[in-house]
Write a protein that binds this ligand. Structure first.
Ligand code: FES
Ligand SMILES: [Fe+2]
Length: 342
């Protein structure tokens, strides 16, 4: 199962700002795709491989919304149709490239990797806080040489933070917190409540709780296939949560291949929104933790598994694995249902 992907779903392909140079070439679910902004502002996505002799279209030349292949000059429009074969009167029917539906929302590019006629905009998760002026946001991207589900496990099992991120995102209260898992039709929620407890250094200091206890709430929501949204709130002990300081973190993971991933993260906070030095500290703290603390561990994990299926290795299951195991099982079921009977 580990090499199968859910196909009829949206995956994050990139941040909108990655298209600033006009185009973005990225491999998703083993497929090379070229994204580019059309003259009307919408984003087009084409298979990044010319159907003639398979040269990547990213090497070609743009003529408005038309791409000219670098090798023999076949031209394709944004729908993938061949509109010019320079030295032939007839354009062969097979001369077309696959195009993918794209939705740009919340500063992100979402691409539909399944049957085009089933693309459903309503299935893009709602990350409205990313567009809300009441929030200050920061974001980043990391390429990882590990399977995307190892990254999903990582975010769902926060008992690792105490070991990997002791200076920033980790603390004992979080490692020990019991998780309540609630399954919904289109998501899985994991809730942790930590009363009167010392919280992680960066989380606490940014909210004025350095070295003093807070009532803390951490609610993680998984949307299929691999979107994780985490709401963190710290309040004065004994006061209502609604008076606390809240932020949302996004961890959006897209498989590049079976053993590599694209990791898009963001943080949106609803407190001290004008504090630019805090924004920088959060940006640097997160980027450092994910790039230099999580990434090497996940890549070592991938290498150590040596291509074997996750379940076939019979991983030891701890109480803290419950959320990740529920999510993996749920996704496995969705993939199996999509594939239909063998
Ligand atoms: S390889 Fe693209 S036109 Fe020949
Ligand atoms: Fe981590």
């Amino acid at each position: 199962m580990s090499n199968a992907y859910l196909r009829n779903t949206w995956y994050v392909a990139g941040w909108s700002d990655e298209l600033a140079g006009g185009q973005l070439a990225r491999r998703l679910l083993d497929q090379p795709i070229l994204f580019f902004r059309r003259a009307d502002g919408a984003v087009a996505a084409l298979a990044d491989r010319c159907p003639h002799r398979f040269v990547p279209l990213r090497m070609g030349k743009r003529h408005g919304d038309v791409i000219e292949c670098a090798y023999h000059g076949l031209r394709f429009d944004a729908s993938g149709r061949c509109v010019l074969s320079p030295n032939n009167e007839q354009i062969p029917k097979a001369a077309r490239v696959r195009s993918y539906p794209v939705i740009e929302r919340h500063g992100l590019l979402f691409v539909w990797m399944g049957d085009t006629d089933r693309a459903d905009a309503a299935l893009v998760p709602d990350f409205g806080f990313m567009d809300d002026p009441a929030f200050a946001t920061t974001h980043g991207y990391i390429h990882g040489k590990s399977g995307y589900l190892l990254m999903v496990d990582n975010i769902l099992d926060l008992s690792h933070t105490q070991y990997l991120h002791a200076d920033t995102l980790g603390c004992e209260a979080l490692a020990r917190a019991r998780s309540e898992v609630v399954e919904h039709e289109r998501s899985v929620d994991v809730r942790r409540t930590m009363r009167n407890s010392i919280q992680a250094p960066l989380t606490a200091a940014s909210r004025g709780f350095a070295d003093r206890p807070a009532d803390a709430y951490m609610d993680t929501r998984w949307y299929p296939p691999s979107y994780l949204q985490m709401e963190t709130c710290l309040a004065e002990p004994g006061t209502p949560r609604s008076q606390g300081k809240t932020s949302f973190a996004l961890h959006l993971i897209t498989p590049e291949t079976a053993s590599t991933n694209h990791y898009f993260w963001a943080n949106a906070r609803a407190f001290a929104t004008d504090d630019e030095s805090l924004s920088r500290r959060i940006q640097e703290g997160f980027a450092h933790a994910f790039e230099f603390e999580d990434k090497p561990i996940l890549e070592a994990q991938q290498e150590s598994m040596d291509g074997a299926d996750f379940w076939s290795l019979q991983p030891v299951l701890l109480a803290s694995d419950a959320p990740a195991v529920r999510v993996r099982r749920r996704l496995d079921r969705m993939i199996a249902e999509e594939a239909g009977p063998p």
